[in-house]
Every structure is written in structure tokens, then in C-alpha cells.
Design a binder for this molecule. Structure first.
Ligand SMILES: *Cc1c(COP(=O)(O)O)cnc(C)c1O
Length: 437
């Protein structure tokens, strides 16, 4: 199996190379060179097929020629001690809860697989890596948790001092071991700029095996396809008519992974691209004009993206053909007032808390069903974060707060350890060289 750049199909690398490079040399994003053909496996899966079985089978195809069967099993077993849960709320609507991993958000699936695959590659070739990543909150904790205690890897997280929530800060700063939290006296943009300049600094790159784990990494995207397949296997026997997945979207990585699963043979009728006011993709689907713009702040802040990086991957799937994309992806936009109303109503009706992102998806699924009179379709909404991570919005909507899951309660109870730093490259270099050179 080979992987190519979205901008040049002749720029080919293997999976390991794509993992450690992050971005393709020409500035494009890595995608599988060809579609897997998995129809007959999908036919054989049913509700008894475990998540790990599915992950192992698909990974074996994706890592073919690079990792043997034992290695694939190790990667999957190390990556997924947690799994998704499917909760029905009746009337052909269900929530695929993806927030039962270590940082309580769906990004755990991607980060955890990336970390396990890197560990496998590093150990077998006796290499080391220093992962450098900037975070505005959520992504950093998934990455930190995923790489915590992995062999041959150190992970350095830069976060803006005073600008992440207290709980997020605890998630970043209480792991210790091979996780170093750098508290930067500046903004998230400063953190990102520092990481970028570190990667461009030839002295640093010579001294340290720097690598990235950011959200456009192929190793984070691929494993997100596994839970669409697992959810399909769960539904399969009871499916009467169409099956749609509704995906609360920001950078469109999650939705792209689902579309790949469909390209590999998963019988999905369509995908609903649910966004908040940052509606670049739904606008494109409606008008054919793709117009990125500055993001606006909403309650579902992990989806506040004005220029979604994975759109480039989606375009390749649909051969840059607007009409083709419109046969499979349907946009729905949900505003903040509707988000609050949905959290309140779902709590009242089902005693179930939704995080603001999942609420955007839930409302979008309802709007889509009404608009298209899909009385018997199954619509599966991806539940992207645990509601306790967004306590203020959930309380505003319902007057109540969900309990912290044990992993978050544990982080909240521990003592913070961070290294405070000015937003300057020489300060960052000094810390990195002292620790890791
Ligand atoms: C990242 C994130 C999203 C958006 O996912 P994309 O893959 O960027 O579209 C939605 N909800 C939550 C909670 C997230 O952390």
C-alpha cells in the first residue's frame, strides 16, 4: 500500500514515511493511493464483531508490506483499550459516543493509533522521536495521553498560559513522565508560530529527532474510519432503509474518514456535514463556491474553523466535482440558540447530556430528516466529546452539570507541573536541547 499527496499522485511514500513526515513535501496532504476493497468483509461483520477485530483487519490492509500480522495486532491492542458506544434515542436516531477514551473526546482514536504505530516503527528500527505540538486545549490532551509512557518517544506540548480551561490545563500538565508541558506566556498563535519556527530551525533539527502529531496527520485520520465500520456492523441486522452518518465538523477530518470507509465499500446512503456558524462547506454544497473566511466564536468551539484543512482530501475523493460531492454529502447549519435548545430538550426527553458539538450534530440530523421526509432512515450522529468537558454550556442549557468521568476527575485532582516560557524560539530551543539533546 502506498500513500500519495493530494497535490501530486506521483509523490508516493509508505505509511511509515507519511507518519513521520506529517505534511507531504509539496505542501499537500497524504491520502491512500488506491481504495481498499473491503465489501466482502463488511458483509461478514455483524453486531458481535468487536471494534478491535475491525481495526485489526483494516489496519492490516493499510500497513501491508510494512508491518507483519503480529505488529498490526500490537498496534491495535496498544491503541484501543477503549471503544465506541452506540446509544439509541429512538425514532431511527442514535448517538455514536466516541468520548470514552483517555481524554474524553473522539480525537483519542486518532492520536492513540498514531502513537501506537509510531512506537512500533521506532522500536523496530531503534529510533527516537520528540513530538512537538501546539494546542489551544483539546487536541493537546489527546496527544499527550496517547504518547504518555510510549517507548522511544518524548512529547512536548505548548499551550497558551491562562487561555485554556482549568480542566484542560490539568489534563495537559499532570501526566509527567515523557510528557513535558510548556506554558507559553502568549496566545495560541504564538505557540503555533514557535512550533513552526522550531521545525524550520536547522540546528534544532540536526540535534533532535523532531516530529509532529498535528491533526492533518494521516496516522490520525485513518483510524477514524474504523468506528463508522463498527457502527454499521452494529446496525446491520435491524437496518430497514437508508443509513446516514451525521458528523459535527470543523476541520472535516472526521467526515473524510467516514467517506473513505464508504469508498472502501461500506453501504452508507450519505453523510450530513453539520456545522455551526462556520459554514464554509455547507455554503459550498449549496452554491458551488468555496470561500474560506475567518472563523467566528461559537459554543461548539472545537468546530470554529473558517478554512477546513481536510477539504482538500474530500475534493480528491469526488474528483473536484461539486455535483458528485452533492450526491453523498449534505450540509446543515445549526446556530448557538439551536444548540442550547437541543441540549435542553434532549436532556428533558432522554436524561442524556450532549456536549455542544454533539448537539449541533443532533439538531442537524433532525433538520435533515424533516427536510427530506426520511421517516424510516437510520441517522447516526457522531458524539464527539464528553459533556463534562463543556460544563459551562451544558449548565447554561439545562441548569445541571454532568459528572466528571473518572479519568477527568483524576486529572483534576492532581498537581500541575509546567515549565513557564516566554514566546521566543531561543527559550524553546534552550529547553528542548537541555532535556533531549
Ligand atoms: C475536533 C473536534 C470536532 C471537529 O472535528 P473535525 O475532524 O475537525 O471536523 C468536533 N467536536 C469536537 C469535540 C472536537 O474536538
Amino acid at each position: 500500500m502506498k500513500y500519495v499527496s493530494t497535490r501530486n499522485p506521483s509523490l508516493k511514500v509508505d505509511f511509515q514515511e507519511a507518519l513521520f513526515q506529517g505534511l507531504a513535501g509539496d505542501g499537500g496532504l497524504f491520502i491512500p493511493e488506491e481504495d481498499l476493497k473491503l465489501q466482502q468483509h463488511f458483509r461478514a461483520f455483524d453486531k458481535h464483531t468487536s471494534f478491535q477485530e475491525i481495526a485489526t483487519l483494516v489496519s492490516a490492509y493499510l500497513l501491508k508490506g510494512e508491518v507483519d500480522a503480529g505488529g498490526v495486532q500490537r498496534i491495535v491492542k496498544n491503541a484501543f483499550p477503549f471503544q465506541p458506544r452506540l446509544v439509541s434515542t429512538g425514532e431511527g436516531l442514535s448517538v455514536l459516543e466516541l468520548f470514552h477514551g483517555p481524554s474524553s473526546a473522539f480525537k483519542d482514536f486518532g492520536a492513540s493509533f498514531l502513537a501506537a504505530a509510531m512506537e512500533e516503527f521506532l522500536q523496530s528500527s531503534d529510533r527516537r522521536a520528540v513530538i512537538l505540538t501546539a494546542t489551544s486545549g483539546d487536541t493537546g490532551s489527546a496527544v499527550a495521553q496517547a504518547f504518555h509512557n510510549k517507548k522511544n518517544v518524548d512529547v512536548v506540548i505548548l499551550y497558551p498560559s491562562g487561555r485554556v480551561s482549568p480542566l484542560q490545563e490539568k489534563q495537559l500538565t499532570t501526566l509527567g513522565g515523557n510528557v513535558l508541558a510548556l506554558e507559553v506566556e502568549g496566545s495560541f498563535d504564538d505557540c503555533q508560530r514557535l512550533v513552526k519556527s522550531a521545525f524550520l530551525d536547522s540546528d534544532l533539527r540536526k540535534a533532535l529527532p523532531l516530529t509532529s502529531a498535528n491533526s492533518i496527520s494521516l496516522g490520525r485520520l485513518i483510524p477514524q474510519s474504523f468506528y463508522y465500520i463498527w457502527a454499521f456492523a452494529q446496525f446491520k441486522e435491524s437496518l430497514e432503509e437508508e443509513l446516514f452518518f451525521c458528523v459535527p465538523s470543523g476541520n472535516f477530518g472526521n467526515l473524510t474518514a467516514g467517506v473513505w470507509a464508504w469508498k472502501w465499500g461500506l453501504p452508507v446512503t450519505g453523510f450530513i456535514a453539520a456545522t455551526n456558524a462556520n459554514d464554509v462547506v455547507p455554503r459550498y454544497l449549496e452554491t458551488g463556491n468555496y470561500q474560506p473566511k475567518p472563523s467566528v466564536a461559537t459554543y461548539s468551539n472545537a468546530m470554529d474553523v473558517g478554512s477546513p484543512s481536510n477539504f482538500e482530501r474530500l475534493e480528491v475523493v469526488f474528483q473536484k466535482n461539486w455535483n458528485l460531492m452533492r450526491t453523498m454529502i449534505f450540509g446543515e447549519v445549526v446556530n448557538d440558540a439551536q444548540t442550547l435548545e437541543t441540549i435542553r430538550r434532549v436532556y428533558q426527553d432522554h436524561k442524556m447530556f450532549l456536549c455542544p458539538h454533539t448537539a449541533v450534530g443532533y439538531k442537524a440530523a433532525e433538520l435533515f430528516r424533516q427536510r427530506n421526509r426520511l421517516d424510516h432512515a437510520q441517522i447516526c450522529v457522531l458524539g464527539t466529546a464528553h459533556p463534562a468537558k463543556f460544563l459551562d454550556v451544558v449548565e447554561l442549557a439545562t441548569g445541571k452539570g454532568p459528572e466528571l468521568p473518572p479519568n477527568l476527575a483524576l486529572a483534576a485532582s492532581k498537581e500541575k507541573h509546567s515549565v513557564v516560557m516566554k514566546p521566543a524560539l531561543e527559550d524553546l530551543s534552550k529547553v528542548l536541547l537541555e532535556r533531549f539533546a
